[in-house]
Design a protein around this ligand. Structure first.
Ligand code: GDP
Ligand code: ZN
Length: 367
C-alpha cells in the first residue's frame, strides 16, 4: 500500500523522511523562534519516529573526510549554493537541516565561509556550520533582537551604492537608508554615480554626499568614463552592490565582471522575449581580484524597528565625529532648543536637503 503510494508520487521512500525535515529555515529565523518552539516539537517527533533520530546530529553520517569548506554564492530558503574550496571550483547545493540550523549559530548569507558535508546516506550535501564572520551587512533592527537583524551579506569590506544622476532621478531617501545600513554595520560606503553621460557635471545637491561617503565615483556605462577609478576601488575587496531599479546596476556589474551576464533593462532583440529568467549567482569574482556581491533583496531596504532616537543620533552627516552635541539627549532635531543640527543648517554646514531627507525617513511608515 505504501509502496504504491510512493511509486505514484515518484518519490524514493527511503528519502521521504529526510524531505519532510527540510524546513523553511529562513522563516523560522526571521520569526526568531528557531531556538524554542520548533525545536521542542522536533524533539517529540523524533522520539516517536526513531528513524528521525538518525539525523538529529547534523554531522552524523558525515565522515570528516566528506566535510569540506566553501563559500556561499547564493542563498535560498531551504538550500544554498556553495563553491567548494580548491582548484576544481565545484559548486554544490547544500541543504539546511532543522537541527543543523539550530547549531549553525547563524543563518547563512552570501559571502559566508561554511562547512558542508556529503551524507553517506543519500549523497546530498548538507550545511553543517557557518564560520565566524569578519563583517556583515545587516538590515537595521532593534539592538539585542539579533534574530530580526537578518544578514544580507557576510565577510564584506565595503558597500557600493549605485545611483544615477538622471533617468531615474537621484533618490536621496534611498541613498540615506543605505548609508544608515552601512553605518549600522560599521562598513565603509562608496557611492557610484552612474549615467554621467546624461549631464555636464555632478549636480550640486548630490555633491553633499562627497563629505559623508568614503568615495564618490562618477561613471557612465554608456561611454566608460570613471570605470578605471571604480575598478581600482574594488581590487582585492569584497563589495556589496546595491541600487534602485533602473540606475544601471546590472549594466555596471556586466562591465566589471564580463562573465556575469546579468540581465539589463534593454529588451534582448535576439529572441524577442526580453528578459530571460535564469537566476545567476549573486557572488562574482572580479578579474583583477576581489568579489562583487549583487543581492537583489538589498534593493528594498526597510528600516525595520529602527527607533526615532537612533535615527536622530546616527543619521549620516549630522554628527561626523560621532559625538551627539544637542542640548537634549532625546533631541529629534525638529524644533528643540539647543539643537546642534538646526544650528549647523543655519550656518550652512549641513545642507537643508539632508535634513529634509532625515525628516522623510523619520516620518515614513517603515521606521
Ligand atoms: P538596473 O535595474 O539597475 O540593473 O539597471 P540596468 O542595468 O538594467 O539599466 C537600466 C537602463 O539604463 C538600461 O536601459 C540601460 O541601458 C541604461 N543605462 C545603464 N547605464 C547607463 C549609462 O551609463 N548611461 C545611460 N544613458 N544609460 C544607462
Ligand atoms: Zn538636535
Amino acid at each position: 500500500m505504501e509502496d504504491k503510494e510512493n511509486s505514484q508520487s515518484g518519490r524514493n521512500p527511503k528519502r521521504r523522511h529526510l524531505r519532510n525535515r527540510r524546513v523553511n529555515a529562513m522563516e523560522y529565523w526571521q520569526k526568531g523562534v528557531l531556538d524554542d518552539v520548533p525545536a521542542k516539537e522536533r524533539w517529540s517527533r523524533e522520539f516517536r519516529d526513531p528513524r528521525l533520530k538518525q539525523i538529529k546530529a547534523p554531522e552524523l553520517n558525515m565522515p570528516e573526510a566528506l566535510q569540506v569548506h566553501g563559500l556561499v554564492l547564493n542563498v535560498h530558503r531551504r538550500t544554498c549554493i556553495v563553491r567548494i574550496d580548491g582548484e576544481a571550483q565545484e559548486q554544490v547545493r547544500a541543504i539546511y537541516r532543522a537541527t543543523a540550523i539550530e547549531e549553525l549559530g547563524e543563518f547563512p548569507a552570501v559571502g559566508d565561509r561554511v562547512v558542508v558535508g556529503q551524507s553517506t546516506e543519500d549523497g546530498d550535501y548538507y550545511l553543517l556550520r557557518v564560520l565566524p564572520r569578519t563583517s556583515a551587512l545587516q538590515r537595521p533592527g532593534t539592538r539585542g533582537r539579533s534574530h530580526q537583524q537578518l544578514t544580507q551579506a557576510a565577510n564584506i569590506d565595503q558597500v557600493v551604492i549605485v545611483c544615477s544622476v538622471a533617468q531615474p532621478e537621484f533618490n536621496y531617501g534611498f541613498a540615506d537608508r543605505f548609508l544608515l545600513a552601512a553605518a549600522t554595520s560599521n562598513l565603509s560606503l562608496i557611492m557610484v554615480l552612474n549615467k554621467m553621460d546624461l549631464v555636464d557635471e555632478i549636480p550640486a545637491h548630490i555633491l553633499d554626499f562627497a563629505e559623508i561617503v568614503q568615495g564618490l565615483i562618477p561613471v557612465s556605462c554608456e561611454n566608460g568614463q570613471g570605470m578605471d577609478k571604480l575598478q581600482k576601488a574594488l581590487i582585492g575587496k569584497s563589495s556589496v552592490f546595491s541600487g534602485q531599479s533602473g540606475v544601471g546596476k546590472s549594466s555596471l556589474v556586466n562591465i566589471l565582471v564580463p562573465d556575469a551576464e546579468l540581465l539589463t533593462g534593454e529588451v534582448r532583440s535576439k529572441d524577442g522575449k526580453g528578459r530571460h529568467t535564469t537566476t545567476s549567482s549573486s557572488l562574482f569574482d572580479l578579474p583583477q581580484g576581489g568579489v562583487v556581491i549583487d543581492t537583489p533583496g538589498i534593493r528594498a531596504l526597510g528600516l525595520v524597528d529602527y527607533e526615532a532616537i537612533d535615527l536622530a543620533r546616527s543619521f549620516p552627516g549630522f554628527f561626523p565625529d560621532g559625538i551627539f552635541t544637542c542640548k537634549f539627549n532625546d533631541c529629534l532635531h525638529l524644533e528643540e532648543p539647543g539643537c546642534a543640527v538646526q544650528a549647523a543648517i543655519e550656518k550652512d554646514e549641513i545642507p537643508l536637503q539632508r535634513w529634509l531627507s532625515y525628516e522623510r525617513i523619520l516620518n515614513s511608515d517603515s521606521l
